[in-house]
Design a binder for this molecule. Structure first.
Ligand SMILES: [Zn+2]
Length: 472
């Protein structure tokens, strides 16, 4: 029961309320008595309540000045984005078991890159969220960016969430000026209000006009009947209207599997499954051969498993840096990359393969770095499975990526090799395992230590993938 109580204390789970048959549970339309119309955030908090993203306590109150935990934050954010919980077979974090009341929401929030674990591999679900963490989470969840400098007197140019706090100011999520108090616990009222403003642009403060945002591309509705336009990115949001099959729309952003479009006088969201891209309006989409490709990126090792260690480098750090940069480049090119890990976490090999298979990835790209007993061993090689049904495709992909890496990095070309690595055997799609270079070789290691290494290696891998698709 403590689990139910915990959920009911903040998150609106309709069926639990119904099962409880509790006449005390306030209906979706009534207001929280402790958030009167005169209260700060009144409109915003009730927007989230009406959407079922938040609920009060069992006595009907909201308790606006209470704090909230990271688990609660994950539940609210995923709810606001209309994202379902993610069921996993192995928990990502040792301190968030599959029985944890918010396990599915935490897994989804992490998979979406909204929350990350800590350096020690744990999530700390019961930890109170502070205002800096909340800014980072909201900015990531709603892809908020922009702004030049902070109006807050206590946010230095060195602050770790400077960019995110500035983005919140720029997008009218937070009131400007005075002190932000980044280390202070965020209240339920503040977090809910900021999330609601991020979600519904009509609630934003001194909002920038939608017309100031740039069109990413033009799409065309592919359904034969009509396509619902919703207030938010999820089927739980109310329907604003609809579009007819064949109708053209300008797409301003992608949010999960939803496209953000301009609708009547504000924003609307349509399912990306029913809109195909017809023209490219964006300069940052250099090559459309990657458009909509689901590409699994698998940075090897992580957490307790450092991989190779030599010359002051750990393999897990090198490959994560390259993987994250590759993720960014693929997104900019219109692909849909999926990372098997996006922080310093240990992920089992079969779980890595499962992530790629579950995402129905088109290709699988595992990134590693090498080590040898002899410090003379050096160069770049790419492995494929010797026995896979997709072997010839994998070989083609491997050759193209390896060639680009050798060209870009100037490393020794060790070629494409075959071995039955578990991640390659267990993945259903063409897949490669890249060994970028040797940590144990001083020349390769020096290259990896250069500040532009992640960018150079990721660019080469992206170009190799582009070569692969261009040749189809
Ligand atoms: Zn490795």
């Amino acid at each position: 029961m403590s689990r139910k109580g915990c959920i009911l204390s903040f998150v609106f789970i309709l069926f639990l309320s119904l099962l409880a048959g509790n006449g005390q549970v306030a209906s979706a339309q009534s207001k929280f008595p402790d958030v009167p119309s005169s209260a700060w955030g009144h409109k915003e908090i009730h927007l989230l309540k009406d959407k079922g993203v938040i609920t009060g306590h069992s006595d009907g109150t909201f308790r606006p000045n209470n704090t909230l935990t990271r688990a609660h934050g994950a539940v609210i954010i995923t709810g606001a984005l209309g994202l379902n919980g993610l069921k996993v077979s192995n928990p990502t974090f040792p301190d968030v078991s599959l029985n944890h009341w918010a396990s599915a929401e935490i897994e989804r929030a992490v998979q979406q890159g909204i929350f990350t674990g800590r350096k020690d591999g744990k999530f700390y679900s019961a930890e109170t969220m502070n205002k800096a963490q909340a800014a980072a989470i909201i900015a990531r969840a709603f892809n908020l960016s922009g702004g030049a400098s902070s109006s807050f007197t206590d946010i230095s140019s060195q602050h770790w969430t400077l960019k995110e706090i500035v983005a919140l100011e720029h997008n009218g999520i937070v009131e400007k000026g005075g002190r932000y108090e980044p280390g202070k616990a965020i209240t339920r009222a503040e977090f809910s209000t900021y999330v609601a403003r991020a979600l519904d642009p009509s609630f934003r403060l001194n909002q920038s006009q939608p017309s100031n945002e740039t069109v990413q591309f033009q799409g065309e509705v592919t359904v034969s009947s009509t396509l619902n336009v919703r207030l938010g990115a999820g089927t739980s949001f109310s329907v604003l209207g609809n579009l007819k099959g064949g109708q053209k729309v300008d797409v301003y952003a992608t949010q999960g599997s939803w496209y953000k479009i301009k609708y009547v006088n504000g924003w609307g969201y349509v399912s990306s499954s029913y809109v195909k891209k017809v023209s490219n309006n964006s300069n940052n989409t250099p090559n459309s051969v990657l458009w909509d490709r689901i590409i699994a990126i698998d940075p090897g090792h992580g957490g307790k498993d450092p991989g190779a260690v030599a010359n002051g480098l750990q393999e897990k750090d090198v490959v994560l840096g390259v993987g994250l940069e590759l993720n960014k480049q693929l997104q900019s090119a219109g692909a849909k990359p999926v990372l098997t890990r996006n922080n310093d976490t240990f992920v089992e090999l079969d779980q890595r393969a499962k992530i790629a298979n579950d995402a129905k990835a088109d290709i699988f790209v595992s990134i590693h770095a090498n080590a040898a007993a002899s410090t003379a061993g050096n160069g770049t090689e790419t492995w494929i499975s010797a026995s896979s049904a997709t072997k010839s495709e994998s070989k083609d992909l491997a050759e193209k990526i390896n060639k680009r890496l050798v060209q870009e990095l100037g490393t020794t070309d060790r070629g494409v090799k075959e071995a039955n690595f578990k991640v390659l055997v267990q993945t259903n799609m063409p897949g490669v395992l890249i060994e970028l270079g040797f940590l144990t070789n001083s020349k390769d290691a020096a290259l990896m230590k250069q500040s532009n290494y992640n960018s150079r290696a990721a660019t080469a891998i992206r170009k190799g993938i582009e070569d692969y698709y261009s040749s189809k």
